[in-house]
Design a protein. Sequence first.
Length: 135
Amino acid sequence: MNSIKFVIGLNSKKEYNKGHFGDSSTFRVYESSLKSAPRLIEEITNEDKDFDKGHDSSEKLSAVKLAVKSANVAIAYTKSPNFKKMAAESKIQPIVIKRENESEVVEVVAANLRIIIALAAKRNSGVREKAIPKL
């Protein structure tokens, strides 16, 4: 694995969402490789943002995973209950990055790309570590 697709959640103002990942209004999917800088490839509206089953519902987690299924890494500002479930059960590698805006998050991903690719490859091979990396 030499590349990844990562997803970042944005709030209704199109700013990096500092709340729960599943409460993002929009998801932006980026692609990056060891040979190329991150580039935006897709923007997805979160139709399940206001899902009323609660923050830790399995139904909401399933809906969000389906929405961002093209990504192998999900990035959030905080660890929500469903982000922890994603770590334990999903092929999507969750990572916490506490930065102020989307461009800073993309820079952190670019600077740590080898580590992130290794985490995604490990998860893709079936290893599901519950610990969520923080960068």
